[in-house]
Design a protein around this ligand. Structure first.
Ligand code: HEM
Length: 397
């Protein structure tokens, strides 16, 4: 099949209006000269192994296996029409298809820092924030009646110490890859591709240990995380808890999912002062193996006891977070490190928020954590070949 990223603009019949036309010079130049840039670049970038298809029923980066590195970015839209948003999503999707395949984006010039690195199993996952549908009570893009009911702002939760400059956003891109530079390059190239149309609001890098067993990687507290997570091959659980489907509305979200991010700092100085037994009582798991504690040892306020599906009306979430480290907090002299928590679900209010409301008040782990950022996004279903992520949102507009 012909890759739309390789096609000249005129043949794809792209029309650009409004802010996109005035501000999208980088996009226009890039696509116009993209053919020769790509011809050269394709020879330079080995496709190699480790590619994840971009065109699929569900967006990649949700149920696909987790890679070693994350660069997550939230953006604010500076353009002011639904057509601009539509064009941005088209541009990003076409670029993402090339990046997933280990090729350059057709912007001019591609930043180039991933040349020769291959695709490194890159996945790009796109999300739409609540402020796209309504900002300060205003229907800026004329999309208010399309807002999915589950895409509500996450309410203030117990223990929140949120920083506005790290929270929210009109749009997000989650880039995951087995090479940190490939993940960074993807965000860099996508940022350039929509220059003047959307501006980065905040971004977060994350990592996992390279060697990790299928059932849980150690987090920065030394405990195995993900042991009792939904498996990527478990279609029944994914359909029940993660994919928008069945009678869920709106229809344009069917096959998609809702993404919640929380930057959760670990207060490691106090934590490090606990004995292993005390730490195990807080988490409710053995530190060495990740196995549950014997019932008599597991306190009612342990993290896993309160988070477990059996104590939450059967509610589950798909967790896909990454550890982070961001230097030293000048106010305390302590490391600013922890978990960039990411989870996917069908309905954040009923799933993430309901669980976190209990955890924030009662969880023995809560006093060792500080939630410093929060965001929620609707991730539409995957793009069909030649189409783009979010396409169904604009039908009959
Ligand atoms: C830095 C913050 C956090 C740390 C260090 C942490 C750590 C852990 C660990 C070690 C486990 C046990 C292994 C596993 O089954 O994955 C676990 C389980 C779990 N956590 Fe967290 N967690 C954190 C935040 C959260 C948040 C914010 C939520 C949701 C609101 C959450 C929900 C869960 C759930 C649902 C389980 C599975 C419980 C079960 O069914 O056994 N966690 N977490």
């Amino acid at each position: 099949m012909r890759d739309p990223d390789l096609e000249p603009r005129a043949r794809r019949g792209i029309t650009r209006r409004g802010a996109f036309a005035s501000a999208g010079a980088a996009v226009g130049v890039g696509l116009a000269t993209g053919g020769c840039e790509l011809g050269k670049a394709e020879g330079e970038r080995p496709l190699g192994s480790g590619t994840v298809p971009f065109y699929a029923p569900h967006q990649a980066g949700i149920a696909t296996p987790q890679q070693d590195h994350l660069v997550f970015a939230a953006f604010d839209l500076s353009a002011a029409s639904a057509n601009d948003l539509q064009e941005l999503l088209r541009t990003w999707s076409h670029a993402a298809a090339a990046l997933h395949a280990g090729r350059r984006v057709a912007t001019s010039p591609d930043p180039g820092e991933a040349d020769g690195l291959g695709a490194a199993s890159l996945t790009l996952t796109f999300g739409l924030g609540p402020t796209l549908f309504e900002r300060d009570g205003e229907d800026v893009l004329g999309l208010r009646d399309r807002r999915p009911a589950p895409l509500d702002q996450i309410p203030t939760l117990p223990g929140d110490e949120l920083q506005d400059h790290r929270s929210g956003g009109d749009l997000c891109v989650q880039a995951c890859a087995n090479d940190p530079q490939v993940a960074f390059h993807a965000i860099h190239a996508l940022t350039r591709a929509v220059h003047g149309v959307a501006v980065p609001r905040w971004s977060q890098a994350g990592f996992l240990p390279r060697h990790r067993p299928a059932r849980g990687a150690r987090n920065l507290m030394g405990f195995k995380d993900g042991t009792n997570n939904i498996r990527s091959a478990d279609d029944t659980q994914l359909r029940r808890h993660v994919w928008v489907g069945g009678d869920d509305r709106p229809r344009w979200m069917q096959g998609g999912s809702y993404l919640v991010t929380r930057r959760i700092r670990m207060l490691l100085d106090v934590w490090d002062g606990l004995t292993t037994d005390q730490q195990q009582e807080v988490v409710g798991r053995r530190k060495d193996t990740g196995a549950p504690l014997r019932p008599a040892q597991a306190p009612a306020h342990a993290h896993v006891t309160l988070a477990a599906a059996r104590n939450n009306d059967g509610v589950r979430i798909l967790r896909r977070g990454y550890s982070y480290t961001d230097g030293v907090d000048p106010a305390t002299g302590q490391m600013d490190a922890g978990l960039f928590f990411i989870c996917f679900q069908r309905d954040p209010a009923r799933q993430f928020t309901a669980i976190q409301e209990r955890l924030g008040v009662n969880d023995a782990l809560a006093k060792h954590l500080s939630h410093t950022s929060s965001a929620v996004f609707a991730c539409p279903p995957g793009a069909t070949p030649g189409g783009y992520v979010g396409e169904r949102l604009f039908r009959r507009l």
